[in-house]
Design a protein around this ligand. Structure first.
Ligand code: ADP
Ligand code: MG
Length: 353
């Protein structure tokens, strides 16, 4: 049996609301499957059903080939762990939070200690055992929540938007942890996310959910060719450009994206190409410094959003680019709407889809 989960025509109603509408989906053992969809499309509902927390109104749910019903739901709950969107840590030490599930499962104290230590290393919070969860930053709390699920070492992990509203450093630690757990422990991971880039970097496959319906399932590359009308209908595609690529003598490629803009990418590709850059990989300056750097452009700030410790800037350079910088450098550089800036990114930060 190569499927860990199989949903067949699953519908979930909450009174008048149809949260899932005849959804069918298979999750293969050992894969990372990403669920993308706008708010209210049914992502959380889908994960809760896979976790054995909620039951479908109609349709069938199989776990490892066995049909799940009221009688064996508690068994399923032991084989998967869900990390909820809003963290609900106990107001106690990190250790108590992580040890709790293991205690319930009857592990001896020394083994619990060992496992907690190991999982804290995994989420890069070594030595945090005696910290109070209340005093941790949002990102650290989210990593403890993830650790609390990982410490149970279940074969299935269900992650509900694990990196929403976090700063880039915490996002990358969580992404690396997810990837490591999948590779080393062969855990099957289903993750809901808004972040299409994350879906592309982490997932083997992704499913698009719209109004409770699974409208597309495929490999990240397949779904991302932007012929996908569904994806385009809701995803804010930032720093994604279609262009024509040619190979240079340096073993890189130059991609012409229109409006006189050529972008260098550290891959070799000829012909039509879709490229993107992560907003946090773009650096800004007010003066033109590295003149030899190919991917340096001049633009005007046309939009600013404050995300707490980081700021996202829309920059008009003929094409619109999104850059993300720390609030500290935003303030230091005295940036504002209408200010002209130079922005740069490495050829190796240009991803090709
Ligand atoms: P997502 O996670 O994609 O934002 P949800 O699965 O949370 O979507 O919700 C899907 C739909 O079901 C929404 O319209 C939501 O309001 C509704 N819904 C979810 N949970 C409940 C609930 N417990 N009671 C009533 N309606 C709910
Ligand atoms: Mg949700």
């Amino acid at each position: 049996m190569s499927y860990l989960i199989e949903l067949k025509g699953v519908t979930k109603r909450y009174g008048e609301v149809v949260a899932l509408n005849n959804a069918s989906l298979k999750v293969m053992k050992g894969e990372i499957l990403t669920i993308i969809g706008p708010n209210g499309s049914g992502k959380t509902t889908l994960l809760r059903i896979m976790a054995g927390i909620d039951r479908p109104t109609s349709g069938e749910f199989y776990f490892d080939g066995v049909k799940v019903d009221g009688g064996n739901m508690s068994e399923i709950r032991l084989r998967g762990t869900m990390v909820f969107q809003r963290t609900a840590l106990f107001n106690a030490t990190v250790y108590k939070n992580l040890a709790y599930g293991l205690k319930l499962r009857g592990y001896p104290k020394n083994e619990i200690k060992e496992k907690v230590k190991e999982v804290l290393r995994l989420v890069r919070l070594e030595g945090y055992e005696n910290r109070s969860t209340k005093k941790l930053s949002g990102g650290e709390q989210q990593r403890v929540s993830l650790a609390r699920a990982l410490v149970l070492e279940t074969e299935l992990l269900l992650l509900d938007e694990p990196t929403a509203n976090l700063d880039p450093k915490n996002v990358s630690i969580i992404e690396e942890t997810i990837s490591q757990v999948n590779k080393e422990r062969h855990a099957t991971i289903v993750m809901a996310t808004h972040n299409i880039f994350q879906a592309e970097t982490l997932a083997n496959r992704l499913a698009i959910l719209l109004e409770g319906k699974i409208v597309e399932v495929g490999t990240a590359k397949g779904v991302f060719n932007f012929q996908s009308k569904y994806l385009a209908s809701f995803a804010r595609l930032e720093n994604v450009f279609l262009g024509t690529s040619r190979i240079t003598e340096d073993g890189t490629s130059l991609v012409e994206i229109g409006d006189g803009i050529e972008i260098e990418a550290a891959v070799e590709k000829t012909g039509k190409a879709t490229i993107y850059m992560r907003p946090e990989d773009i650096t800004l300056s007010k003066i033109h410094t590295a003149s030899s750097a190919r991917n340096t452009f001049k633009g005007r700030i046309v939009g600013i959003s404050d995300l707490g410790s980081v700021m996202r800037l829309r920059i008009d350079a003929g094409k619109e680019f999104i850059a993300q910088i720390t609030k500290k450098s935003f303030v230091e550089m005295q940036l504002n709407i209408d200010i002209e800036v130079f922005f740069t990114f490495k050829a190796s930060s240009v991803h090709m889809i």
